[in-house]
Design a protein around this ligand. Sequence first.
Ligand code: 1JT
Length: 255
Amino acid sequence: MILKDKVILIMGLRNKWSISFGVAKKAYENGAKVIYTYNKEEPEKMEKLTEEIPGAKGYKCDVSSDESIEECLSKIKEDYGKIDGILHSIAHANTEDLRNDFIYTSREGYLHSVDVSSYSLVAICKYAIQKELLNDNGSVIALSYYGAEKAVQGYNVMGAAKAALEASVRYLARDLGVRGIRVNAISAGPIKTLSAKGIKDFSSILDVVEERAPLHRNVNIEDVGNVSAFLFSDMSNSITGETIHVDAGFSSVGV
Ligand code: 1JT
């Protein structure tokens, strides 16, 4: 029970395929009290989804709005006082920006994906600190992907947004480190979530991983959940500013 007595906030829950759902379940199984945010879904749908996570309370949050983040974190402050961990599991890009070549990304499309997928982590940390929401040994986790490090066909503007996210993790780790709060990223291998569904040839990306990754398999939301539980726990209290790859080793090999 490495997360006993900890309150973990999961931001960006959508459905049972979401990486955030795997993280929420593992946090609960390891003894944490889980709370979550969602954006466009109906509250009733989210309550049904979290039936397997007793006590999980949901809050609506649109991370493209400072007011929405501030209001949501204020409510959580009122309800819980202090929390111990935050998962940032939020990203968005316009469909056309994942279909066309990167060079055709519009200014609006680029700023939109960086706003929702990268800046939102900075804003969330800012308001969490301002409201003294995070405990002194707190842990913040963001989710990234290999496309942040290498130009991966089709990942396009999300690659630029995830590179900004990983850099933001390092700078936030400096700022929050003085309080003992850690900030890390998990770079997960590709997982067939609802977000990945609209992506053409996603199955062939999974096939390439199975063929080339040292473990010759893909990863799933439980794999990401287990590493998240470790990063939320005090067992990882010397790890901050880091991007941990949970990718069956894919990123460690060359041709
Ligand atoms: C978004 C989407 C962020 C899909 C994402 C993502 N981070 C990882 N994936 C899966 C993926 C997608 C592509 C890919 C490899 C993995 C979709 C909605 C916007 C946010 O290409 C090699 C395109």
